[in-house]
Design a protein around this ligand. Structure first.
Ligand code: NAD
Length: 362
């Protein structure tokens, strides 16, 4: 038996809807492969927990999570709790506490989805964005002085370290190396930000020497939005800072059809701690409780989780199921369909189960 312990943290808004759909799919995989077993423990941490306890997760939360093989996360954010409390109270302490420094965000146009760009179909947009996930603009460094007075000041200090930039650069070059085009675009803003960003460019050039088989180029982040929109075919793997990649990956999700399909993996490449897998989207309280949240992002991040756990066949099967279901037009309203979360989940499960039947007939 191959056993994996998974900590599920559905958290807020549509998080519980899409994570419960993802767990249904993981259980379908167990039926498809009787040697595979997921032991899933669900934690009720999030905004409701905060309203009762004054904290988003217990003080020993990280200690509790440390022994799991992976974390399957929904989303945080509630209309009546400030966003910086929800984010800094749960998601960021996990990413930073477990040094999940590589945030991997694949995007492609799935069959059956009409993207907003004319003349751009499956195959024309197939990217992996690698986001630095431990420092930069989200280092948490800064402060407020003269609170409430007219001279009040707030600082937000971006921190870039040679160690931090070098390790993410190596990760991105390695990622590019595994993809057929072996192509990497390094994004910065080194014209206006002349310290940390210039260091990024210099370190990219140094690390590139270790990867002579990878073609690479540089873009300023503003020009990058233009290239992503007008020449999506010219890009493959992309590496950028915490903030820049955060913004670019929402754009990537939208260009591929919807934020509801975009996944992300917060990886500790050294495997000292569990890595965390989640949809890119937030808690989407505008559609929470309506049963129409697109579960594809949470299925796709489960694919990333299975790959990380070494379950390549199961990962490929879930990806094939997603592509099959989208190509059949079983789509939620955000991508132009009328299907519910449950319809999409049932269709994915049915595809997985049909492979069991095919295997039995063979
Ligand atoms: N990783 C996270 O936990 C995370 C990420 C982003 C935003 N947030 C939080 O989420 C809350 C809402 O933020 P927001 O509205 O800016 O971003 P959002 O991603 O929640 O929603 C943006 C838009 O996309 C739609 N959308 C998102 N996911 C969808 C899905 N699966 N299916 C269908 N439509 C989907 C929403 O309905 C909304 O119109 C805020 O509190 C914010 O701080 C959390």
């Amino acid at each position: 038996m191959r056993h994996y312990s998974i900590a599920a943290i559905p958290a807020d808004g549509i998080g519980p809807e899409v994570i419960s759909a993802g767990i249904t799919v993981l259980h379908a995989l167990e039926r498809q492969d009787v040697e595979l077993k997921f032991e899933i423990e669900t934690f009720d941490w999030g905004s409701e927990y905060y309203k009762k306890n004054g904290v988003m997760m217990p003080e020993k939360g990280l200690q509790t999570l440390k022994n799991f093989d992976a974390i399957y996360f929904g989303a945080v954010g509630a209309p009546d709790v400030p966003d910086h409390i929800t984010l800094w109270g749960l998601r960021l302490p996990i990413c930073q506490g477990f040094d999940q420094y590589a945030n991997v965000r694949p995007t492609k146009i799935l069959p059956g989805i009409t993207p907003p760009l004319r003349h751009c179909g499956p195959g024309d947009l197939d990217w992996v964005i690698v986001r630095e996930n431990s420092e930069g603009e989200y280092s948490g460094n800064g402060g407020r002085a003269h609170r409430g007075l007219p001279e009040e000041v707030g600082t937000e200090v971006a921190i870039f370290t040679r160690v931090g930039v070098t390790r993410i650069m190596r990760y991105a070059f390695r990622m590019a190396q595994t993809r057929p085009r072996k192509q990497l675009t390094v994004v910065t803003k080194s014209n206006a930000q002349r310290h940390g960003m210039v260091m990024w460019d210099e370190i990219a050039a140094e690390v590139a020497q270790e990867f002579p088989d990878v073609k690479w180029d540089k873009m300023l982040v503003d020009a990058m939005t233009h290239r992503m929109t007008l020449h999506p075919q010219s890009l493959d793997t992309i590496v950028a800072t915490n903030l820049h990649a955060d913004i670019l990956s929402d754009l990537a999700g939208a260009l591929a059809g919807s934020l509801g399909i975009a996944p992300t993996a917060n990886i500790d490449p050294e495997r000292r701690f569990p890595s965390m897998f989640e949809p890119i989207h937030g808690s989407a309280f505008d559609i929470a409780g309506k049963g129409i949240a697109n579960p594809v992002a949470s299925f796709w991040t489960a694919v990333q989780m299975l790959e990380h756990l070494g379950e390549r066949n199961a990962a490929a099967l879930v990806m094939a199921s997603i592509e099959h279901v989208c190509s059949k037009g079983i789509l939620t309203p955000d991508i132009g369909g009328t299907a519910t979360t449950a319809d999409v989940t049932n269709a994915v499960v049915a595809f997985i189960e049909s492979t069991i039947k095919r295997a039995e007939l063979a």
